[in-house]
Design a protein around this ligand. Structure first.
Ligand SMILES: Nc1ncnc2c1ncn2[C@@H]1O[C@H](COP(=O)(O)OP(=O)(O)OP(=O)(O)O)[C@@H](O)[C@H]1O
Length: 301
C-alpha cells in the first residue's frame, strides 16, 4: 500500500509545509511508502488529483493535507467513489472541526496513525447545481452577510497590503464591520417559503463557518440533512448584540434567527446576490434557482 499525498504547502500561511515535512519524515522512518504531490500554485489541486488517479491502485491510499480551500478543491476533482483521508493544515479548518479531527500541529502524527489503522466511513457533503454553477461544497454555501464579507475583503485594496504583513484576517474584520453597517436585507425563497429580510442565509453540512463559529451546532457530516440558518436584518444595535450569541452558538434563542433542516433545498433569489461556496465568491442572479442536496463520500480518519 502506497500513500499518495496531495499537500498544499501554502495552506495556513506555510503551516502546510511544516505538517507535510513532519509527516513525510515519519513515513520515511517507518518505511511506509508514499509519493508526495505538492501544489505549486493556486488551482493545482484538480490536475494533481487527476495525476494521482492515473497512478494509484485500489490498494493505495489518497491523503490530502491543507486547509478548507484545499479539501474543497480536491474533493471537487475526486470521483465520489474514491476514498480519501485528510490532515488539516489551514487557518480556519472548519471541515476538520466538523469531523472532530485535531487541528494542532503536534497532533499530525496521531492523526496519521488513526488514518493508518482506520476504517472507511461514510460522510455527506453538499452537492449544488443551477444552470450556471455545479459542484460539491465541504463546508457551506452562503447568500448574504458571509458572501458579502468575503466579496468585500477580496476586492479591498487594503487586503493586499495587510496580507503582506500576514494580517489578512484583519482585512476580513474591517470588511465585516463595513458590510454589517451597509448591507441591505434581501428577499429569497427556500423550498417555497419566502424570506423578505434575509441578512444571513447559509446552508451548511457541519456546525462551523468563518473559522470555528458554531453557526449550526447540531449539523453533522454523518447524516444526509442540511441545515439552513437564516438571520433577518433588524435593528443594527440588536444585530450587534447577536454577535456574542453567534460566537457561543446560542443565537437560535433570538426571534430573528431561524433553522430549517431538510435533505434538499431549492433556493430562488429575488435580487442578484453574491454567493460564497466554501469561501469562493460566485454570483447568484435574480430569478435563478439553486438546487442543494448532499452526496456520499468515503473517508478514512
Ligand atoms: N503553492 C501555492 N501557492 C499559493 N496558493 C496555493 C498554492 N497551492 C494551493 N494554493 C491555493 O491555496 C488555496 C487554499 O488554501 P487553504 O484554504 O487550503 O488554506 P487556508 O486558507 O490557510 O485554510 P482555511 O481555508 O482552512 O482557512 C486554494 O485557492 C489553492 O488553490
Amino acid at each position: 500500500m502506497i500513500y499518495y499525498i496531495l499537500a498544499n504547502p501554502h495552506a495556513g500561511h506555510g503551516h502546510g509545509k511544516v505538517v507535510t515535512h513532519t509527516l513525510t519524515d515519519y513515513l520515511s522512518q517507518k518505511n511506509i511508502p508514499f509519493h508526495l504531490f505538492e501544489t505549486q500554485q493556486p488551482l493545482d489541486e484538480a490536475p494533481l488529483i487527476a495525476k494521482i488517479l492515473t497512478l494509484k491502485t485500489g490498494a493505495d491510499r489518497l491523503l490530502i493535507i491543507g486547509g478548507d480551500g484545499t479539501i474543497s478543491l480536491s474533493l471537487n476533482a475526486l470521483p465520489a467513489d474514491e476514498v480519501f483521508s485528510y490532515i488539516p493544515a489551514g487557518s480556519g479548518n472548519d471541515f476538520a472541526r466538523g469531523l472532530g479531527i485535531s487541528r494542532q500541529e503536534s497532533a499530525t502524527l496521531a492523526t496519521f496513525d488513526a488514518i493508518h489503522s482506520g476504517q472507511a466511513q461514510e460522510i455527506y457533503v453538499i452537492s449544488y447545481s443551477s444552470d450556471k454553477l455545479s459542484g460539491i461544497a465541504t463546508n457551506n454555501i452562503g447568500i448574504g452577510l458571509d458572501a458579502a464579507i468575503v466579496d468585500a475583503a477580496n476586492k479591498s485594496r487594503l487586503k493586499a497590503v495587510l496580507n503582506r504583513f500576514k494580517l489578512g484576517q484583519l482585512s476580513y474584520l474591517i470588511s465585516a464591520l463595513h458590510v454589517l453597517f451597509t448591507k441591505k436585507a434581501f428577499a429569497i425563497q427556500a423550498n417555497g417559503r419566502r424570506f423578505d429580510k434575509a441578512f444571513i442565509f447559509t446552508v451548511t453540512k457541519h456546525p462551523y463557518f468563518g473559522g470555528g463559529i458554531p453557526l449550526a451546532p447540531d449539523a453533522s457530516l454523518k447524516t444526509p440533512e442540511l441545515h439552513l440558518v437564516t438571520i433577518s436584518r433588524f435593528n443594527l444595535f440588536k444585530t450587534f448584540l447577536l454577535i456574542p450569541k453567534l460566537l457561543k452558538g446560542t443565537h437560535f434563542e433570538n426571534d430573528h434567527v431561524d433553522l430549517l433542516i431538510n435533505k434538499h433545498f431549492t433556493l430562488t433569489a429575488t435580487s442578484t446576490q453574491p454567493v460564497q461556496i466554501d469561501g469562493e465568491i460566485k454570483t447568484f442572479l435574480a430569478g435563478q434557482t439553486l438546487e442543494i442536496s448532499t452526496e456520499k463520500r468515503t473517508i478514512i480518519y
